[in-house]
Design a protein around this ligand. Sequence first.
Ligand SMILES: Cc1ncc(COP(=O)(O)O)c(C=O)c1O
Length: 330
Amino acid sequence: MIASRVYDLGSGDHFLELPGFLPPFGTFLKLEGLNPAGSIKIKTARKMIASAEAQGLVSPDVELIESTSGNLGLALAVICAAKGYRITLVTDPNANARTLRHIRALGATVVVVDRRDRAGGYLQTRIDYIRARVATEPHLLWLNQYANPANPAAHRVHTMTEIVTGFGTPDWLFVGTGTCGTLMGCVQGVREQGLPTTVVAVDAVGSVTFGGAPARRWIPGIGASRAPELFADDGSFRKTAVQEVDTVRMCRRVARRYGLLLGGSSGSALAAVAAMRNEIPAGSRVLVISPDMGDGYLDTIYDDAWVAERLGPAALTQDRPTRVHDSVRV
Ligand SMILES: Cc1ncc(COP(=O)(O)O)c(C=O)c1O
């Protein structure tokens, strides 16, 4: 493929089997970390910017602003650099330090808010910061990935097409939830195409998205401390929430067993597969969306001291499988 813009370098067709992960069914990853900007968020960023352009909202006087846990910010920074747009990205201390350095190197402005919100996270603080700026600075355009219909549309159109074309119809599809753009896009795509796929939404324990009690969390990308506007539970998909200790244990187990360094939300989704293994019929093809790779998590999920300090020594234990009671079913 010869592309003329870095963000058009497609990579939607990488699927990896994890042989023997949980016999008697097959577990496969859709590796979105091989996309430009290193995550699934390039699709969301492309679609949101295209939608703003189509509405005539972007001009040389306009500066974009967005709240991000890191990956969307990086994807937006890539596109804005290539298009000559200015952008400010508002994030928090859970974001990968390397991702933030990468974003700054692309010329975007980064603001890190550090006051925890009432749910123990930072999302509301990030959004309050943006609202205050937008109210007084008319040149700012907030893309708002939490409510922007272009976010799920990116996955309904692109992610689901890539799955059906490159993998076929999965029997089960596990999707982590942040803004819920990926989830809702996949749910819509499955419904539109009349697929018999069971979609499982995977959240973090301590996230409020499925109505659970808020609690402090450490791993970025998955979970929300404020209900995402895009989330709409129509009863057509399953929901499960994973403890961060299981996420970390799964990431580290996959790294050593398969030589694959996954990001946190990929570990959460695989931990959810493990927790629900008794419900998945033999012979099923289970597809897990893997939103990013683990390089950005070397100082966190893959760092023994970081893990032991925040999640306790149990998270370092590799010799026991993820147990059903380690994960909370919602
Ligand atoms: C690593 C990672 N996993 C999962 C997600 C969740 O995706 P979505 O926002 O589409 O729910 C994100 C979103 O930022 C992410 O960065």
